[in-house]
Write a protein that binds this ligand. Structure first.
Ligand code: NAD
Length: 427
């Protein structure tokens, strides 16, 4: 197949994560014999905004120039949707890869969005609160013509939280002259944020464990869970696991890794992390080498930090029976190949962490309608969507003899392709 135009577009976004995302898409496109024009079109995002802007720092009245990005992969399905991350290594290729992943995720869960992602290349841990606020407001202004409730709706991701979303919403609202809660999701509930959005990704992920365990013929109670990352996703996934009677035996974050064979008291660990900024030094555990965490003997491994951590090199040593991907893109194609051979059951990011965008969708719907649902309604609808998606994808995987990632992507890519074919090309 001749994909010269697509390949030229792809080079703009050259990065390990983008190459992985495109290779994954190419593989699925071949499998379903995707229309060549659509294949080529979907390899490159529709719109990418790169900005550089000044941020006034506290110290010595210094002004730093930082880079920001917003990439909208697909505008066919409705507005675009995706998080904003603040991290020191954010780049255009990474953001574009994550935007593409969001397109598939929304299509798999059947939400009326295309994928987007944004980011600012900065270490958020060294920013004061007012520096973070100034940065957020200026970044919002830089991308303001490209976002909006009908256009593109950001949400939190690594390094951003409810407060950052509140500043974004306030900046946007001030600019357009009226309060516009639906421009962003993951806001505080006092501003129209949805109840249960904060917990949605981690809890949604763990709501799949009973179905995963039943498929693998293993008990949930007493299962040993290992967690890489103890931020928004990791914390609530760990809480969900311990509430179901699992033993969370090891946890890592940017500060280090800790291990306790009898299982952590997750509430106590959470308190420690809030007070001390990380898991390192937690007294009711032994410190361990973070590089060894992924290969610990356990039933369930949850990568919930950064992408590209499970590779062809460490995958052969991974002893978990199931990997539930909280992070986006944690497993490389080479590692997937190893898992297929070794029979490690992977619930891919596009399914496992879809709880976040699902409750974000609920939040957007509630904001547009100015009518808010109860926590019980939200949790019940979230569980229903997560479990329906999982069982549909599992059935497809069994029927087609593929892994879950392939089955899920076949569903997502086919849905997008159907929509693109139905809309046609303008003019
Ligand atoms: P967060 O910033 O709240 O937490 C990130 C965690 O990862 C922190 O504990 C941090 O210390 C840790 N970490 C960072 N680098 C690490 C490293 N090299 N090794 C070990 N730990 C490391 O971010 P989050 O919102 O929890 O997001 C985590 C992942 O989940 C990201 O890949 C994100 O894209 C994905 N995700 C998040 C959501 C959401 O709703 N927040 C939804 C879907 C997917």
């Amino acid at each position: 197949m001749d994909l010269d135009v697509g390949a030229a577009g792809v080079s703009e976004f050259e990065s390990p994560l983008y190459n992985e995302a495109v290779a994954q898409f190419d593989r699925v496109a071949e499998l379903i014999d995707l229309d060549q024009n659509i294949h080529e079109r979907l390899r490159s995002p529709q719109r990418s905004v790169v900005v550089s802007f000044p941020v006034r720092k506290e110290e010595d009245d210094r002004v730093d120039t930082v880079f920001g990005y917003r990439v909208q992969h697909l505008q066919t399905m409705g507005p675009t949707k995706g998080g904003i991350r603040y991290a020191p290594d954010v780049n255009l290729g990474e953001v574009a890869a994550l935007a593409m992943l969001m397109t598939w995720k929304c299509a798999i869960v059947e939400l009326p969005f295309g994928g987007a992602k944004g980011g600012v290349r900065i270490d958020p841990t060294v920013l004061s609160r007012s520096e973070k606020q100034r940065l957020t407001r200026r970044y919002t202004m830089e991308i303001i013509n490209f976002i909006g409730p009908d256009q593109d709706i950001p949400a939190p991701d690594m390094g951003t939280d409810e407060q950052v979303m509140a500043w974004l919403m306030d900046t946007y609202s001030t600019h357009v002259g009226h309060t516009e809660p639906a421009v962003v999701t993951g806001k505080p509930p006092s501003l129209g944020g949805s109840i249960a959005r904060r917990e949605a990704t981690g809890r949604g992920l763990m709501s799949l464990l009973p179905a995963v365990a039943s498929h693998l013929g293993m008990p949930v109670t007493g299962s040993r869970v290992v967690m890489q990352g103890f931020g928004n996703v990791g914390k609530y996934a760990a809480l969900g696991a311990s509430e179901m009677g699992c033993n969370v035996i090891a946890v890592s974050d940017i500060t280090g890794a800790v291990h306790n064979d009898s299982g952590f008291d997750v509430d106590d660990l959470t308190r420690f992390v809030t007070e001390n900024g990380g898991v390192s030094g937690y007294p009711a555990a032994d410190e361990m080498d973070p590089n060894e965490l992924l290969t610990l003997d356990c039933e369930v491994l949850v990568p919930a930090a950064v992408g590209g951590v499970i590779t062809g090199e460490n995958a052969p040593h991974i002893r978990a029976r199931a990997v539930l991907e909280g992070a986006n893109g944690p497993t490389t194609a080479a590692a997937d190949e190893v898992f297929r051979e070794n029979g490690v059951f992977v619930v891919p990011d596009v399914v496992a962490n879809a709880g976040g965008v699902t409750v974000s969708y609920f939040e957007w719907v509630q904001d547009l309608a100015n009518y808010f649902w109860s926590e019980a309604e939200i949790v019940a609808r979230l569980r229903e969507i997560m479990n329906r998606t999982f069982s549909e994808v599992l059935d497809m995987a069994i029927t087609n003899g593929t892994d879950l990632r392939t089955a899920a992507l076949i569903k997502g890519v086919s849905r997008v392709a159907d929509a693109k074919l139905a809309r046609g090309v303008y003019p």
